[in-house]
Ligand binder design. Structure first.
Ligand SMILES: O=C(O)[C@H](O)[C@@H](O)[C@H](O)[C@H](O)COP(=O)(O)O
Length: 259
């Protein structure tokens, strides 16, 4: 488990632009080292803004998009193409604009997909996909993602893992269905925290005063059941990318000068 690092940017737009530049570099380095790059995408405004900035980044095509594996940390369980689906928003922001290998874009099934309106079946199927892609050196039923991107909710959720929810208590499964989610829409499919922690690097990216309390709690010792973001750690790196407002309640000890 890696000690959290904090980087603070002046505002949300600069955070998204800087995170996009950081992600391009991380993907290029992963491909140089191992021939491919694997990234877990997140929904939410910040996660989508990062993809939009990445699409506009001059270095975008330094990435060999044909050798990128994309996953989702969670997905809203809605019909394919629904504007609120994380996949829909990611495709508009970036995926439809780069030459990805479609077989390496691992979508969580929609509610009108092969499993119909059965989020448990969709979750189990995604767990099977992850297990099929895990290699012996991963020592897990989940591949070792290079980067897992996460947004953070006001009460500290990441992906669709909410405080004191069945998902945060899950110890066996790698992907779960989430019902009665406090953040609409109510039904989702989500990685569990143990799956998030298989990533080499976990980047928690959030902005605004409303997130400041959750960010401060996560960085000053809250437990993951109460504050799931506290349990979102990477094997090698846990990086909190914040704007000034979201960092405003973090004790000075943890926050470096503005980037
Ligand atoms: O599907 C989702 O809603 C996201 O995966 C969710 O975890 C999101 O990242 C956070 O709620 C933060 O969202 P914002 O970045 O919009 O604040």
């Amino acid at each position: 488990m890696s000690t959290p690092q904090v980087v603070v940017h002046r505002d949300g737009d600069l955070l998204a632009a800087a995170a996009a530049a950081r992600l391009v570099t991380r993907m290029v380095d992963a491909q140089a080292a191992r021939g491919h790059a694997s990234v877990v995408l997140t929904g939410g405004r910040t996660g989508t803004a990062v993809l939009e900035h990445l699409n506009r980044n001059a270095a975008r095509d330094a990435v060999d998009w044909s050798r990128v594996d994309l996953f989702w940390g969670d997905e809203r369980f809605l019909p394919s193409g629904h504007p609120d689906r994380n996949e829909t928003q990611a495709r508009a922001a970036l995926l439809d604009h780069v030459p990805l290998d479609p077989s390496r874009v691992h979508v969580m099934e929609p509610s009108d997909g092969k499993f119909g309106d059965d989020p448990e079946a969709a979750a189990a199927a995604y767990a099977d996909v992850l297990a099929s892609l895990a290699r012996p050196e991963d020592h897990s039923d989940v591949p070792t993602f290079d980067v897992c991107l996460l947004g953070v909710g006001e009460e500290g959720h990441v992906a669709s893992v909410f405080p004191d929810s069945p998902a945060v208590h899950e110890e066996e499964r790698t992907v779960v269905a989430v019902r009665n989610c406090p953040k609409p829409p109510p039904t989702r499919v989500s990685l569990t925290l143990s799956s998030v922690r298989r990533a080499q690097e976990v980047w928690l990216m959030t902005t605004g005063e409303a997130k400041a309390a959750a960010v401060a709690m996560a960085l000053t010792g809250a437990g993951e059941v109460q504050l799931p973001a506290a349990g979102a750690t990477g094997q090698r790196r846990t990086l909190w990318l914040l704007d000034t407002a979201a960092s405003s309640k973090v004790p000075a000890l943890f926050t470096p000068p503005l980037a």
